[in-house]
Design a binder for this molecule. Structure first.
Ligand SMILES: *[C@@H]1O[C@H](CO)[C@@H](O)[C@H](O)[C@H]1NC(C)=O
Ligand SMILES: *[C@@H]1O[C@H](CO)[C@@H](O)[C@H](O)[C@H]1NC(C)=O
Ligand SMILES: CC(=O)N[C@H]1CO[C@H](CO)[C@@H](O)[C@@H]1O
Length: 504
């Protein structure tokens, strides 16, 4: 009688042997496919990857996890959560180093820092502890320019007007420069800091400023010919260098770029000096590099005009270097600020844009910007307007503050015009809107009734409301201004601000 095959003592052991052999060989086959990268990303079991990564990783890492996983042996992706959640973490250092080599560093740029004899001792020392810090930029990449030579520790400050032509020296506006020597020799320091020996310096000293711009650019380009970018800043500015370098990476330095905050006078578009600006090597070569007589050519123009940043913009334009922002390119929007962080409007449109500079910065602000910059992880992204708001604006906002602010508002309801005031479309009750002038509470209620309102202020019979936020500053206790007016009352709706979404 024939037995069934699975009870046959000769067939069963052979069958088990063959099965084991196939499983063994198939295991090698699996291992080989992974490293060869023959499995397309789509073959990665998505459902598993989704569920295991969401718990431990943020969105930016997730994006590249699938790509990197393709390069890992496939058995890391088989359902065994422990090794697979570790994979992206251990591979993150290598993804960082991938980004580094192609980026600009501070070794590629020259920081041109402009000051003047009458403010130097007040404004420059703070930058020596911050902007010029060696953990930020090498001292060989910094040039300090003034209208009087000084030495502070290791820093030599160049007198950029030392080689001014005879013709310009005879100009009336240039006379303060020639008088500085006499001040110095009589032990009068050009500085009003309430110290013995202080004097305001020669009258009209600030007018010398316009003479400095062309020679600064000429000097920096000649003395640092290998730089890719020349970054200009003033002594009352702060530049977030890591942010700006990331921005400049988008531009070819051999092309003529001239980037900053748009200003215009006399029909010339130019980069506002106080906001800082960046000039590419390509722009320098197209202008100053091409024409050694550029200074002489524009002596008369300089004499006739008042602002050095305008004079520079005009000259660059004459050589075919256009100010960037005159084109309709989004890359030029926002970033270089002509005001300080507390006198700038924050709004959904700039909320997620990177910040490159602030102007009218007090030494205290410079110190705070530097601290913020040092604590920032730029691998995670640039410092944006919202980050400045969160760190340096939000802590000062109140739901209601007396003796604070009277900045302009998008809407102003006064008793005289209230009856005909047309509310924005999101306001449900026209009555609430038109009553805004009646009291502090009514003003606040009107602001709340308008969905976009984030800031209001009230004075006498006037309520101002805005959909943007500006910190401004208040009048402190004991300040004499409190004797001469009624209290302004301001208020903010920070919850609404925190909910602003990024706009592209
Ligand atoms: C002025 O000229 C002298 C002599 O040529 C030179 O050494 C110096 O660097 C020049 N200064 C400036 C600011 O260009
Ligand atoms: C605030 O209002 C007063 C009186 O109208 C005005 O003199 C002052 O310049 C205003 N201040 C600001 C910062 O707008
Ligand atoms: C966070 C991160 O590194 N994202 C990168 C993922 O990969 C794409 C394309 O390779 C890059 O553009 C991202 O920057």
């Amino acid at each position: 009688m024939r037995q069934p095959f699975y009870k046959d003592n000769r067939i069963v052991p052979v069958g088990i042997m063959l099965l084991t052999f196939f499983i063994f060989v198939y295991h090698f086959e699996l291992d080989r496919q992974g490293p060869l990268g023959e499995i397309p990303a789509a073959a990665v079991p998505n459902t598993f990857v989704e569920s295991s990564r969401t718990e431990t990783l943020d969105a930016s890492v997730i994006t590249n996890y699938t790509d990197e996983a393709v390069d890992q042996p496939v058995h890391h992706i088989t359902p065994s959560p422990v090794p697979s959640t570790k994979t992206p973490i251990s591979s993150s250092p290598s993804s960082h180093s991938l980004h580094e080599p192609k980026g600009l560093t501070t070794d590629d740029v020259i920081l041109m820092f402009k000051t003047g004899a009458t403010v130097l001792w007040k404004r420059v020392p703070i930058h020596m502890a911050t902007s010029f810090s060696p953990n930020r930029i090498n001292s060989n990449n910094i040039l300090l320019y003034s209208d009087y030579p000084e030495t502070i520790g290791q820093w030599e400050i160049i007198d950029i007007l030392a080689n001014t032509s005879e013709k310009v020296r005879n100009s009336k506006t240039f006379q303060p420069y020639l008088q500085q020597e006499d001040y110095e020799s009589r032990q009068n320091y050009a500085e009003m800091s309430n110290m013995p020996g202080d004097a305001a310096g020669p009258p009209g000293g600030w007018k010398l400023d316009k003479y400095k711009f062309l020679p600064i650019i000429q000097h920096a380009g000649r003395n640092k010919p290998n730089a890719k970018w020349y970054i200009f800043m003033e002594d009352d500015s702060y530049i977030f260098l890591p942010n700006l370098l990331r921005h400049l990476e988008n531009f070819e330095h051999k092309d003529p770029w001239y980037l900053g905050s748009l200003a215009w006078i006399h029909g010339d578009y130019f980069a506002h000096g106080g906001s800082g600006f960046a000039l590419s090597r390509g722009a320098w070569e197209k202008s100053f590099g091409k024409d050694p007589r550029i200074m002489e050519k524009f002596e008369e123009f300089t004499e006739e005009h008042g602002c050095g940043d305008h004079i520079l913009g005009h000259v660059l334009h004459e050589y075919g270097v256009q100010f960037g922002e005159t084109t309709d390119d989004d890359r030029f929007r926002y970033g270089f600020n002509p005001e300080s962080h507390w006198s700038t409007w924050y709004e959904p449109a700039n909320w997620c844009k990177p910040v490159y500079s602030w102007h009218h910065t007090h030494g205290k602000d410079v110190a705070r910007f530097y601290d913020l910059e040092q604590s920032w992880d730029f691998e995670k992204g640039p410092l944006r307007y919202r980050d400045i708001y969160e760190a340096l604006v939000a802590p000062y906002l109140h739901s209601r503050a007396e003796w604070w602010d009277n900045w302009s508002g998008k809407y102003e309801i006064k008793s005289s015009i209230a009856a005909s005031a047309e509310p924005p479309s999101t306001v449900k009750s026209t009555e609430t809107w038109r009553s805004a002038w009646k009291s502090v509470d009514a003003c606040e209620a009107a602001c709340i009734s308008w969905a976009d309102c984030v800031q209001w202020s009230f004075y006498e019979d006037r309520c101002k409301m805005d959909s943007m936020v500006l910190l401004g500053n208040g009048i402190p206790e004991g300040d004499s201004r409190r004797q001469t007016s009624l209290p302004w009352v301001s208020g903010w709706l920070p919850r609404r601000i925190e909910n602003w979404a990024c706009q592209e």
